[in-house]
Design a protein around this ligand. Structure first.
Ligand code: NAD
Ligand code: MG
Length: 385
């Protein structure tokens, strides 16, 4: 019997890769529910292709009557219902941003086999999610390529034998040459190895994406920050490694294609039966470099905010979302991103919200405060220029 899969965020980049895995292994997986947020036409095409019994959109679409055998859910409540669908064997969260948090919680409470790429929820609310996972004796299988690699390794090499885990980073477009005042949005969006959405591609260029991944790893694998290292690996073939107590390094290598970690996670604890046979190692050189931290101050800031814990990681995420969005709209320069985020975190640290204990109730006020600070900074910036 194929496993029944619910996919949240089916129209996005992670969603498309997950659908490809389902298409490739129709005897193993069947899609029984999907969600999308804005691309209604794309969702309609997916309903035509997969005939899922349940679909969730922000609102029930005008064409819903054309599909009498499909139940249409809507809004946040619909997304939570979809994440805890009684029939589902597996829930895949490919939603971007904090909108992924509520469905993550619902899927854990419903004891679903949970696969998630949604790093924002884990970064913002890691301790709350871990508490829920423990209460429900559940786990999250990570889809993010680095975390998926580490997850695979930790299954074989338990944490007492691990000296540290190493997340690799391509270094983005500005590892070998620094950005300048002339750097354009297009240059920033030209990622050397991965093809991803524009927000995450900008975060790769500042290396804050790797910073978020360090925080994500801290919560997912419950390791202190001292045991989480980042190395630049421009080829993006090795995604993660563990250094054991005897200094042996064990690595996971695969093409830079999200369908690999997604298939690994979907087949877990089994293994995918096939992949891309053209992927071979002869002729490839693998380089590893220390991170030039002075070049990427947002990576250091992520370690700092991760260590501060509480609502700081959430604030870092919210500030970054607003400031990167301003960059993508051409309102600020690439070099302004770092400066505004560093100032933003300093401002957040002086607010009452930053001192609230982390709880489901304190997330919304802290997020609003951080976004407010971002708007203030962007307003001040537009007066400066
Ligand atoms: P994307 O922007 O391509 O897709 C996001 C999906 O979420 C879309 O289906 C969209 O409809 C949905 N969505 C957006 N806002 C929503 C809201 N408010 N409510 C409900 N649904 C909403 O993003 P992506 O690149 O696929 O990334 C998804 C997640 O995976 C992010 O957390 C990202 O950090 C993580 N991730 C992505 C990659 C990658 O290669 N793209 C790699 C690792 C991790
Ligand atoms: Mg990643």
């Amino acid at each position: 019997m194929p496993k029944k899969v619910v996919l949240l965020g089916a129209t996005g980049s992670i969603g498309s890769s997950t659908l490809d895995v389902i298409r490739r292994f129709p005897e193993e997986f069947v899609l029984i529910g999907l969600s999308g947020h804005s691309q209604t036409e794309k969702i309609k095409n997916l309903v035509d292709e997969f005939s899922p019994p349940v679909v969730c959109l922000p609102e029930v679409p005008s064409w819903a009557h054309e599909y009498p055998r499909t139940t249409f859910l809507s809004g946040e409540r619909g997304l939570s219902q979809l994440a805890s669908l009684p029939d589902a064997d597996m829930v895949v969260i490919g939603v971007a941003g904090l909108a992924g948090l509520l469905p993550t919680i619902e899927a854990i409470k419903a004891k679903k086999h949970l696969l998630s790429a949604n790093k924002e929820a884990i970064v913002a609310a890691g301790p709350l999610i871990n508490h829920l996972l423990d209460e429900n004796t559940q786990q999250i299988i990570p889809l993010d390529s680095e975390h998926n690699a580490i997850f695979t390794l930790i299954c074989r090499f338990p944490t007492p034998h691990i000296k540290k885990i190493i997340l690799t980073a391509s270094g983005g477009p500005f590892f070998r040459r620094a950005p300048t005042a002339q750097t354009t949005v297009q240059e920033v969006l030209t990622h050397p190895t991965w093809s991803m959405g524009s927000y995450i591609t900008v975060n790769s260029a500042t290396m804050l994406n790797k910073g978020f991944e360090v925080i994500e790893a801290h919560y997912l694998f419950r390791l202190p920050f001292e045991q989480i290292e980042v190395l630049i690996h421009p080829q993006s073939i090795v995604h993660g490694m563990v250094e054991l107590t005897d200094n042996t390094h064990i690595m996971v290598a695969s093409p830079s294609d999200m369908r690999y970690p997604i298939a690994m996670a979907m087949f877990y604890p089994s293994l995918p039966p096939s992949g891309d046979s053209s992927f071979t190692l002869p002729g490839k050189s693998l380089e590893f470099h220390p991170v030039p931290h002075e070049r990427f101050p947002l990576l250091s800031l992520a370690y700092e905010t991760g260590r501060l814990g509480g609502l700081f990681p959430l604030a870092l995420n919210a500030l970054n979302e607003e400031i990167v969005s301003a960059f993508l709209k051409g309102k600020i320069h690439f070099l302004d991103i770092e400066r505004l985020i560093i100032t933003g975190i300093e401002r957040f640290a002086s607010t009452e919200e930053s001192r609230l204990p982390l709880s489901f109730e304190s997330l919304a006020p802290a997020e609003a405060k951080a976004r407010g600070i971002a708007f203030e900074l962007l307003g001040e910036h537009s007066h400066d220029v």
